[in-house]
Write a protein that binds this ligand. Structure first.
Ligand SMILES: O=c1ccn([C@H]2C[C@H](O)[C@@H](COP(=O)(O)OP(=O)(O)OP(=O)(O)O)O2)c(=O)[nH]1
Ligand SMILES: [Mg+2]
Length: 171
């Protein structure tokens, strides 16, 4: 059974902007548009206005996520993905896009969909300082400790194959 949607107040900063909308029932993200046209050269980034500001209930945050179609077709990423919109933020939501394509410029027209907003409940924690943390199986292993590193500069970790995600150390 699906839960009732959470009510979120929204204000149009740009009076003619379409409100964020879910593409399909069950989608996690509501699409955000840019209210400004922009052209990004390869490697260029821009902070694009979305024309809306929101008031989230306490205990919620909204996250500005990339759109996979823009990423796959045009190499467009969000520099800070996912961007965090705090419950207390009343300013205009902005999207920090970057064109990662090495050759092609990318052009956004006014009201093109540039990102998607995912609203989530977030925990607030209280930090308790200690001198020693409880043990765990992972301990301080991280940053590739389980193997399967991507190749850098065409070189892999010693066997000469460029690979992403294959666990060579397990073979
Ligand atoms: O992609 C984003 C990320 C952030 N924000 C807005 C909402 C958020 O509440 C505020 C601050 O974001 P963040 O905390 O990530 O930035 P900061 O550099 O830490 O700024 P601040 O010192 O204002 O917290 O900026 C956006 O509109 N889009
Ligand atoms: Mg901050």
């Amino acid at each position: 059974m699906s839960r009732e949607p959470v009510d979120v107040l929204i204000r149009r900063v740009d009076p003619s902007v379409p409100l964020p909308a879910y593409g399909h029932p069950g989608d996690a993200g509501a699409d955000l548009v840019t209210t400004e046209a922009a052209e990004l050269a390869p490697g260029e980034r821009a902070v694009l206005p979305t024309g809306v500001s929101i008031a989230l209930p306490d205990g919620y945050a909204a996250f500005v996520h990339p759109r996979s179609g823009l990423a796959a077709r045009c190499g467009v990423a969000l520099v800070n993905a996912p961007g965090t919109v705090d419950a207390g933020y009343r300013g205009e939501i902005k999207v920090i896009v970057v064109n990662l394509d090495p050759r092609e410029s990318v052009r956004f027209e006014r009201f093109d969909r540039v990102a998607q907003l995912i609203v989530q409940q977030v925990e607030k924690v209280r930090f308790h300082e200690v001198t020693q943390l409880p043990g765990s199986v992972r301990a301080d292993g991280g940053f590739g400790s389980t193997g399967g590193h991507a190749a850098v500069g065409g070189q892999s970790g010693g066997n000469g194959y460029a690979s992403v995600g294959a666990d060579r150390e397990g073979q």
